[in-house]
Design a protein around this ligand. Structure first.
Ligand code: MEV
Length: 371
C-alpha cells in the first residue's frame, strides 16, 4: 500500500499571462487531495472499475511509471473541488506520481546516483538505465524513492497534454513543492531558484524559471477566502479561448503584457508584506483578466461582495467560472459576504505544505526490469 497527499493551489497573480512566459505567483492551499493505492485483481477507482479514457491524467502517469505493472485499487479523498481553478488535476497528478514511484521503487548506483527517473538537473531528459549491468545497482523503495521534483515534472507533462500543449508549470510546481511559488522569465535575486522548465507550446518554445518565495512574517495573520461559483470550468477551454482571442485580436497582447506588469508590482508588494499594495494589485489583475474575457457574472458577484471586507479580490485559475479569492484579515466576515452572494467558501492560510508521501510499501510491487 502507498499513500501520498498534495495540496491544491491558488494563483495570486499572473494566470493566463504565465502561459506566454510572463511571471506569476501561486500559493499552496490548506485543502488537499490524498491518494491511496493497493494491489488488486483489477483496476479500481474509488470502488468502481477504472475507465482510463475518463481519467487521462491517471492513464498518462501509468504509462510513464507503471506501464505494464499489475492492477491497482486507487482511492482518492479530496477537499479540492474539481474543475474549479484550485489545481485539483495537478494535485492528483503529483500524488499519483508519488504513489506509483514509491510502489515501483528506484534503481540507484552504489553512490545513490539515480539510474532511472526524471530530473530537472538533467534538463528533463528521460533516462532509464539500459538494463545491462544492473548488478551494481541498488533498489530503493517506498517513501525514500519519491522525489518532489520528479513528481512536478511528470505532473507538468500531464497538464500540458490535457491543455493542448499550452500549460505553464505553475500548478504542478505549487502542488508539488507547496509554499509560495514564483515563476518568471528570469532568475530572480530575491527568491530561491529551484529549476528551469521549457515547453514547446503551439506558439513558441517557452521557458520558465521556477522559484520558491519566503513570505514575510507580517503576513502570518492574513487569510485567503476562496469563493466557489460552482460553475464548472475546465482549464483547457479557457486557455484555448485566450489563445484564439490572441490570434484574432493581436492587440489583446497588451492585456497579457499588462498582467505581467501588475504581477511584478504584486511580487514586490508581497515581498514587502504590504497588504494594501498586494490587495490593489490583485484587484487590478482581476480587471485585466475580465478584459481578457475569462470572468463571468457569478465571479463578478462574489468579488464585489468580498471587496468591502478585504484588501483585494480576483478570480483565480483559468476563470470562466470556478473560484475567486479575497485577501483579508477578517476571514469570517468576508466568507459570510461571499456566501450571501451565492458562493461556497473555504478559508486557507497563505502557504501550505507540499507533497507528503505519508506511508509507503517497503517492497516494490512491480519491478519493470525483472523479467
Ligand atoms: C491554470 O491554473 C492557470 C493558467 O494560467 C493555465 C496555466 O498556467 O497552465 C490559466
Amino acid at each position: 500500500m502507498a499513500k501520498a497527499s498534495a495540496p491544491g493551489k491558488c494563483i495570486l497573480f499572473g494566470e493566463h499571462a504565465v502561459v506566454y512566459g510572463h511571471p506569476a505567483i501561486a500559493l499552496a492551499i490548506d485543502q488537499r487531495m490524498t491518494m491511496k493505492v493497493s494491489p488488486s485483481k483489477q483496476w479500481w477507482l474509488d470502488g468502481m472499475p477504472l475507465n482510463f479514457e475518463r481519467h487521462p491524467h491517471i492513464q498518462t502517469l501509468k504509462n510513464r511509471l507503471w506501464a505494464d505493472g499489475p492492477p491497482l485499487s486507487i482511492e482518492i479523498h479530496t477537499e479540492i473541488p474539481p474543475g474549479s481553478g484550485l489545481g485539483s488535476s495537478a494535485a492528483l497528478s503529483v500524488a499519483a506520481a508519488a504513489v506509483l514511484r514509491s510502489m515501483r521503487g528506484r534503481h540507484t548506483d552504489s553512490e545513490g546516483n539515480w539510474c532511472e527517473g526524471w530530473s530537472s538537473a538533467r534538463e528533463n531528459d528521460v533516462y532509464n538505465s539500459s538494463g545491462e549491468n544492473r548488478s551494481g545497482e541498488i533498489l530503493i523503495t517506498g517513501k525514500q524513492s519519491i522525489d518532489i521534483d520528479e513528481c512536478a515534472i511528470l505532473a507538468h507533462a500531464v497538464e500540458a497534454n490535457a491543455q493542448g500543449g499550452r500549460a505553464s508549470p505553475i500548478d504542478s510546481s505549487t502542488c508539488a513543492h507547496g509554499g509560495c511559488i514564483l515563476l518568471s522569465d528570469k532568475v530572480e535575486d530575491e527568491a530561491k531558484w529551484l529549476y528551469s522548465r521549457t515547453l514547446n507550446t503551439p506558439e513558441k518554445e517557452t521557458k520558465w524559471e521556477i522559484h520558491s518565495l519566503r513570505l514575510p512574517a507580517s503576513l502570518e495573520n492574513t487569510w485567503l477566502v476562496i469563493g466557489n461559483t460552482e460553475v464548472h470550468s475546465p482549464t483547457s477551454i479557457q486557455v484555448e479561448k485566450v489563445a484564439q482571442s490572441l490570434q484574432t485580436n493581436p492587440e489583446m497582447k497588451q492585456i497579457i503584457n499588462a498582467i505581467g506588469m501588475v504581477t511584478r508590482r504584486g511580487i514586490t508588494a508581497l515581498q514587502e508584506g504590504n497588504l494594501n499594495a498586494i490587495g490593489n494589485s490583485m484587484t487590478e489583475n482581476h480587471i485585466l483578466l475580465r478584459s481578457l474575457g475569462v470572468s463571468c457574472p457569478e465571479l463578478e458577484r462574489l468579488i464585489a461582495a468580498a471587496l468591502p471586507t478585504s484588501y483585494g479580490a480576483k478570480l483565480t485559475g483559468a476563470g470562466g467560472g470556478g473560484c475567486m479569492i479575497a485577501l483579508t484579515d477578517e476571514p469570517k466576515r468576508t466568507s459570510e459576504a461571499i456566501e450571501l452572494a451565492g458562493g461556497r467558501t473555504m478559508i486557507t492560510r497563505l502557504a501550505s505544505m507540499g507533497l507528503q508521501g505519508d506511508k509507503a510499501t517497503d517492497k516494490p510491487l512491480w519491478n519493470p526490469f525483472e523479467k
